[in-house]
Write a protein that binds this ligand. Structure first.
Ligand code: ADP
Ligand code: MG
Length: 725
């Protein structure tokens, strides 16, 4: 081991669990104590202000200046009493992650002292001189003003001593520069469209909410080992490293006992989350060594997404306290599973009905089938766009790489629901069908199975979009993604589908059909039209790839090319009609995606080149020199055979020569790509000519790792990164 590596491994071995002090009381005592939620609002706001704020939260009615001032006063008092001394607008720019700029409450009072100031104006809106956030050309530097504006639907909270106010981030001309604006617009669109369809079944429905329950996968690595892996530090993944002899093949990590040090981290994280009102619920080991998962109870999608963003920040902070680094990259290690973020998605009414859940009456079940078919149809029509929503330079390693999920979006419904849809599609006399709780199962020949069991029946782990009993689980989302991107596409496509559905049904009703019959007929047509998206088989198989292409599903695997889906005519129209993103916004956002892709690959290329030329080749040459010396000395003594050493020297020669040559080619390809002006073309060049070199360079480095004396190998190996904790 090199001295540095030895020191770091030694440090890692000696890191022990950090003692975590539990907060006082039970979770119900401290849940949400750092959130300016309803309880705090009631206490710190007068009645009139509280009522007005609730109205804004629930119905998005605009706040008057006067009310905003009263809210700010109450919020300031609450924050000061809870130890805050700064405040910030907290937003989600297109960089990924969150942004914040802290300002102190303290203001000079003009008499030599300070006063804690916080007005309604500061709460509601801020001008931000943030011209260096990605904007895809929407904001030229001479018009660099951006605004952050409070989103009252997501409550303010305190991190450390800073009051964080969730905000949207828009340009001077009103275009979205973040994830929250289009997410909120998509939620409005799906609310409107779904409510109108619900009215066929229940006149009392006033509002439909979209829900999101994310499951966050992540890796932990020891901080001292991480510190001597420049690739992990700068790109979030290992660009080289020979597989450990033991990986996940024994399947002994999944749901295994959680290691003590990790447990301390998890407890600490959970306390922090609960205080911030994130309803964390589940924790467990994942499939790969050092891989874990955390999942909360699902919430309204906007809040759930804010909570996921907040979680990712806090995770990072708490991991450091425990001398870990958290890896949110989708594929930090070759040869073992990567990390995703399953997005469990459903729609529910203000009357308490889950629209993806089976019901007890015929009408409830027809409603269930209606929403299910509309969702499947939306996924069918926009399967390419959905894939674009989760594609990135980092998630590309996961998709299609023979692990969940495949690079083709299909939907899995399970045998019962599939059978019901098939029966419905094949039925001749529409009026004869009645979806009551019994017949829905009788139709598929399984009437004895109670509704409850629908939830856990035949799960297909290879499906990127699976119906799991009362929700859809979109499994292709990347572990580092902002969930909003997938939710924006899903909600907008669903809203669009429901709008068309409603139009088609109304047309039939106007032409004299009875409501139920009209619904059946439209559903039947839809099932026929979209059944190609349904696939219950093995999503990893080669046969499926061929079949999916035949079915006309999107099979593109090149990340920069997939982003084109955002600018397809249908997509532009859909986003426009639903009022979610204008063409200008779509162009700008796609531009940012291409730019981000290029930059990520560029950084990886630089780190790989640097490691190859400054770390690996010199060390391999050093070992080679030792061998040469040995062979030379052996030749002085008659009767010794140095052929094995000579063969080894040749191997090292071959590998180092290949690394030097390939690295040179990669650098040349980068130079060529860098000269391209057009962002799309540049990203495509980076994909086709730069990223495509990585595996070959890595191959030779990993071979050297197997040959070169372990004593001098500079980088912590997979077995150290993955099994020391
Ligand atoms: P899995 O078996 O997929 O790991 P979990 O029980 O861990 O499932 O839960 C997955 C997530 O799905 C949780 O966040 C849970 O709250 C969420 N969930 C459950 N029901 C719904 C629903 N109706 N809508 C959205 N999310 C839901
Ligand atoms: Mg799941």
């Amino acid at each position: 081991m090199s001295l540095l590596r030895f020191k770091m491994v030694d440090a890692a071995i000696n890191h022990t669990a950090v003692e975590v002090k539990a907060p006082e009381g039970r979770p119900s005592d401290y849940f949400g104590e750092k959130v300016f939620g309803r309880e705090a609002m009631r206490k710190y706001l007068d009645k009139k202000t509280y009522a007005a704020l609730l109205d804004t939260m629930e119905h998005r009615t605009p706040l008057t200046r006067e009310i905003a001032d009263s809210i700010a006063a109450g919020m300031r008092q609450w924050a000061l009493e809870h130890g805050a001394d700064h405040y910030t607008h907290w937003f989600q720019p297109l960089t990924g992650g969150t942004a914040e700029k802290h300002d102190a409450f303290a203001e000079p009072d003009g008499c030599g002292g300070v006063l804690e100031e916080f007005s309604g104006k500061l709460l509601v809106q801020q001008e931000s001189d943030a011209s260096s956030f990605p904007n895809g050309g929407i904001r030229n530097t001479f018009e660099a003003r951006g605004y952050s504006a409070w989103d009252p639907a997501s409550p303010a909270f305190i991190v450390d001593t800073t009051l964080c106010i969730p905000t949207v981030f828009i340009s001077y001309t009103g275009e979205a520069l973040d994830y929250k604006v289009p997410l909120l617009r998509s939620l409005t669109a799906v609310d409107k469209a779904a409510t109108e369809v619900c009215r066929y079944f229940d006149r009392n429905v006033q509002k439909v909410f979209a829900y999101l329950g994310w499951e966050q996968e992540y890796f932990l690595v020891d901080e001292s080992l991480w510190a001597v892996r420049p690739d992990l530090m700068l790109t979030g993944r290992t660009l080289m490293g020979h597989e450990s002899a033991k990986n996940q093949q024994l399947e002994d990590h999944y749901f295994g006992a959680i290691p003590t040090r990790v447990m301390a981290f998890m407890k600490d994280l959970e306390y922090e989350c609960l205080k911030l009102g994130i309803p964390v619920k589940t924790r467990h080991n994942e499939v790969a060594p050092n891989q874990f998962e955390l999942a909360p109870v699902y919430e309204e999608a906007n809040l759930a997404n804010d909570h996921n963003q907040l979680l990712m920040t806090i995770m990072d902070k708490i991991a450091r306290r425990h001398q870990f680094r958290v890896l949110l990259h989708e594929k930090p290690f070759k040869g073992i599973n990567g990390s995703g973020k399953h997005n469990n998605w459903s729609l529910g009414t203000d009357t308490g009905v889950n629209l993806f859940g089976t019901g007890k009456t015929a009408s409830e079940n027809l409603q269930f089938i209606t929403f299910l078919v509309n969702a499947v149809s939306a996924v069918y029509k926009y399967n390419g766009l959905l894939k674009a929503s989760i594609m990135s330079a980092t998630n590309a390693h996961r998709l299609g790489a023979n692990e969940a999920p495949p690079a083709i979006i299909s939907a899995f419904l399970g045998s019962q629901v599939s059978a019901v849809l098939e029966k419905l599609a094949a039925s001749k006399d529409d009026d004869a069908i009645r979806f009551d709780a019994k017949s829905i199962f009788r139709m598929s020949g399984i009437s004895h199975i109670p509704t409850l069991l629908l939830d856990n029946t035949d799960r297909n782990r290879t499906s990127p979009f699976a119906f799991t009993g009362n929700r859809f689980e979109f499994r292709a989302v990347g572990s580092s993604d902002n969930c909003a991107e997938a939710m924006i596409v899903l909600n907008t496509a669903m809203a669009h589908e429901l709008t068309e559905f409603r139009r088609a049904v109304d047309a039939k009703i106007e032409a004299g059909a009875k409501k139920e019959k009209a619904i059946y007929e439209v559903l039947k047509q839809m099932i026929h039209a979209c059944r190609d998206i349904c696939f219950d088989g093995n999503g990893y198989s080669e046969e499926w790839k061929a079949e999916a292409a035949q079915r006309g599903l999107d099979c593109e695997t090149s990340t920069p090319r997939i982003f084109d889906r955002y600018l397809d005519r249908d997509a532009v129209r859909m986003f426009g009609d639903m009022g979610v993103l204008s063409e200008v916004e779509l162009q700008a956002r796609t531009e940012v995606k291409w730019e981000t892709y290029t930059k990520k690959i560029q950084i990886e290329g630089r780190v790989l080149g640097d490691l190859a030329m400054n770390h690996i080749v010199p060390i391999a040459s050093k070992y080679e020199a030792l061998l040469l010396d040995k062979v030379y000395k052996m030749s002085q003594i008659p009767g010794l055979n140095a052929s094995a050493d000579i063969a080894l020297i040749k191997k090292i020669q071959d590998h180092t020569a290949a690394i030097q040559k390939l690295t040179g080619e990669m650098i040349d390809a980068r130079k060529v790509a860098n000269r391209i002006e057009d962002q799309r073309e540049k990203a495509v060049a980076y994909h086709d000519t730069v990223a495509s070199c990585f595996d070959a360079i890595r191959y030779h480095i990993d071979k050297l790792e197997e040959i070169v004396d372990d004593q001098i190998w500079p980088l912590p190996k997979y077995r150290e990164l993955l099994f020391l904790r």
